[in-house]
Design a protein around this ligand. Structure first.
Ligand code: FE2
Length: 213
């Protein structure tokens, strides 16, 4: 058997849903992940259409769905879910997706001049989705500060992270057409409802006898 040297192992949407079920992802985290996926996929398609980047749509979809794959477990264990998500996915054979998951809180590197990449899309999309709602960056920042800014040191770190995300937003939307405030309007609520329904169906199937595929 031979393998293409640069072929990436990327789980299908169905495989992502099954991993979410296996990891017993809480329903609100699943809804958040599905919404992050929608934002990231939309951005991916918009950037491609604008000729701004060549991106792997399947990688973006999987990264969005799986970025919080170990978060439910982390509530019990206290583990760093960005790191442990990478470990989990790498062990499943999906190292490239794992690399995106590792960077969904903090990017490993940021070059404002380089073409947008998949890790940036997941990192940014996560910062536009509060629970399962698409919100502005300032709204999400207020939420993150309230939830995680438990000390002056943590608040400082979050503010620095936010400044970096503002630079990322400026980079992603430069010459794109729609501006950041239009994302919610462009995506609308119907697509999320349909995606949640599809996910629910997959969970029911996963609860039944395991069959291949
Ligand atoms: Fe997360």
């Amino acid at each position: 058997m031979t393998f293409a040297p640069h072929a990436l192992a990327i789980p299908s949407q169905r495989q992502c849903y099954r991993m979410m079920a296996v990891m017993e992802m809480m329903p609100h985290i699943a809804a958040h992940s599905i919404q992050v996926c929608r934002v990231a996929v939309w951005l991916c398609q918009a950037l491609e259409a604008a000729g701004r980047a060549r991106l792997n749509l399947e990688l973006v979809r999987a990264g969005g769905l799986l970025h919080d794959i170990t978060k439910t477990r982390s509530f019990t264990t206290g583990e760093d879910h960005a790191q442990s998500g990478q470990v989990y996915l790498t062990r499943q054979g999906f190292g490239e997706v794992g690399s995106l998951v590792a960077q969904h809180v903090v990017l490993a590197a940021f070059d404002p001049e380089a073409p947008p990449n998949e890790a940036e899309l997941i990192n940014y999309a996560d910062k536009r989705v509060m629970h399962d709602r698409i919100v502005s960056m300032p709204r999400r920042m207020a939420d993150i500060l309230a939830r995680y800014g438990t000390s002056a040191q943590r608040r400082d770190r979050l503010r620095r992270l936010w400044q970096e995300t503002e630079r990322l937003e400026a980079k992603l939307f430069a010459g794109l057409g729609p501006d950041p405030e239009q994302v919610e309007e462009v995506l609308g609520p119907e697509g999320l409802a349909a995606a949640l329904q599809e996910f629910g169906g997959c969970l029911q199937a996963a609860a039944g006898p395991v069959s291949g595929g």
